[in-house]
Structure formats: structure tokens, C-alpha cells
Design a protein around this ligand. Sequence first.
Ligand SMILES: *Cc1c(COP(=O)(O)O)cnc(C)c1O
Length: 379
Amino acid sequence: MIRDAHTIPPDARAVLTIDLSALRANWRALNVASGKAECAGVIKADAYGLGIDEIAHALAAEGCCTFFVATLTEARIVRMANPGARIFVLDGLLPGAAPSYTGFDLCPCLSSLEEVREWAAWCDATGRRLRAAIHLDTGMHRLGLSRADVEQLAGPERALFAKFDLALVMSHLACADVPGHPMNAAQLARFQALRAMLPPAPASLANSGGVFLGPDFHFDLVRPGIALYGGRALEGHPNPMRWVVRLQARILQIRHVAAGESIGYGATFQAGRDSRVATLACGYADGFLRALSSPTGHPGPVGHIGEQPVPVVGRVSMDLITVDVTDVPEREACRGAWVEVLGARTTIDDLTDRAGTIGYELLTRLGRRVHRIYAEGTT
Ligand SMILES: *Cc1c(COP(=O)(O)O)cnc(C)c1O
């Protein structure tokens, strides 16, 4: 792992710089915004594509003690490097997998009556009151116990609670990114009602967006993911987080394209003037989404050489992007020079708005083929 932002090997064609100091600043800001609630870190899907080991390490160094992952495999990776961390597995309990959780001291987020029963039986078998969370469904209808399940647990099967340690009662918001959405208040009310039927335990409802919905949503623990990585938590509001990722690609070649000639697959872009076009060593296989293509008449996303904007022209292909560098001096837009295609100037939000997707998808797709640098401050 390279920690020096300036050590770029000569064979690197595209570089993803992950600013760990910005990540930590985002965690601190979310920790402050969530008041007295504990601020956990959601690091599922390889920490939203940015590297689960490095991200978990950086967050733990800042004081984050609780992590949420999606899978058992992710949980094991985090456990190896963080013996003291509290690790919740959002997948819940896979059938027959209870021993794996115990072996790595993991907390399943139990999402159905069957899972609760299986965990309680496992506790009986081991003679230990093992920790687990209970995931309530308050309206997403994806994972979690329904109201009827909770009634069953609170009534006829109440004895199950004596068998395990209820570490957390949680639910997940469907529309936290839209502050005025009626689902938020509805889910909050359902969460409070269901929680009141269960034995007392710490509670958690908020993801990144939920942190900004106000103290009613914070409970004892908040679970931000995307905002840690600089993505937008609320739609239609300025994004207060620091940017964490920068993607740069090297210029492989400069082409002169006469007015009227086309560029790239499908010949969808015709040069409107005599142009210089730089071909960059980065394509959709590296995570620069094909939906960011720019046929004639559609302004493309803008990369930068230094401060100078260089718009994408033509289709994004698997390994390559073409950008218009006609207005940049030849000594700067030359073979081997670096073009920033994602960063402080063209943000995750800018690109995903254009591509019709969300920051979560863009980040998790940034490819393994991109050389990664974990840096402490990049500006
Ligand atoms: C992914 C996830 C989060 C984090 O959501 P963000 O919107 O990225 O902050 C929190 N809780 C659950 C249950 C999740 O699946």
C-alpha cells in the first residue's frame, strides 16, 4: 500500500487517490451532527469500493468502534485487523452459519423470526448469551421483522430474549435522502412503536441522510455510509462533506481531428471545429460509467488538466475516454500528462446526476484495474 500521494508508478494508467484525512474529517463531522448518539461506520461492499481494510483502519484510528458490513466475508476481513471492534453483519444470519459468527465475534442483524430462533438455539447449544441485533421492518419490505413477528416475539416467544444479548434494535429508512418525505415520519413512528414492544436495548434508525433529519432520528447509534466517502446524503441540498476520492487518468495520445470528423464508437460525436483530442487510459471497465458518454449536442462531463476544463467527447469505451483539449496549451495537454476526471471540481454528485445513477453505484464500480493511493491530504 502506498501512502505517499506523489509516488505514482510509471506503469499506472489511471490512479484513484483516497484521501483518508478527508474520510476522517467526514466521520468527525457526522459524529458531531449526530449529537450524543454513537457514530458507527458502514463499510459494506469493500467500504463502498474504496478498500475495506484501509477504510476500517482509518476510521478506527479516529475513534469509530462499531462497523456495519453486508457479508460474513467482509466481517472476517474487518475482524482480522480490528480485534476490539463491534461488527454487525447486515445480511443477518445465513442458515447454519451461526458458528462462523461466534468464531469471529460478530453480531448478526437478525431479520426474521427464523433467524431469531436459530440464534437463540445456537446460544443454548454453546451455553453463551451471544450478542445480536434485531432488524425491524418499518416500511421498506426488504429485510426485517414485521409487526406480526414482533408481536409473536413479544408474546408467545418472549423467552427467546433470555437466551441472547440484544445489542441493538435497528431499522432502515427508505427515503432519508428526501427530508420532507412522509415515509420518514411514518417509519419513525413505526420504529418507536415496535421498539416499545421489545426488551429495552440501544436503538438505531439513521443512515447518512437520517443523521441530517434531526435528533429524533438519531437514537443511540447512527449508521452513515455514503457521507463518509464524500457522497451526497440529501437530494437537492448542498453537500457539506469533504470529497474523498480523486480519479486521474493518463493521456495516451493526442489526436488532431478536423471539423466534421467523428470520434469514437458509433461515430456519435462530430467535431464542430478543428480539434485536439486527448485519449485517456480509463474507461467503463475502470468505473467511468458508459452513461457518461457525450454524443454531438450533449455536453460531456468535464475533466481537468490543472484548472483547465476538458469535456468528454464521444462514447466512453471499455479502456478509453476521449476529451477535447483544443483550448489547453500543447505543453500541458501532452502524452503522459494526467487528467482529473473525478475530484473536487467534478464531483461524484456531478457525474452521477449526468449518468442517471447514484454515488453509491459509481463508487462501488471504481475498478480494481485502477492504481490506488491512500493519501493524507491531497490538496
Ligand atoms: C447501506 C446501509 C446504511 C448506510 O447507508 P448510507 O445511505 O450509505 O448512509 C445504513 N444502514 C443499512 C441497513 C444499510 O444497508
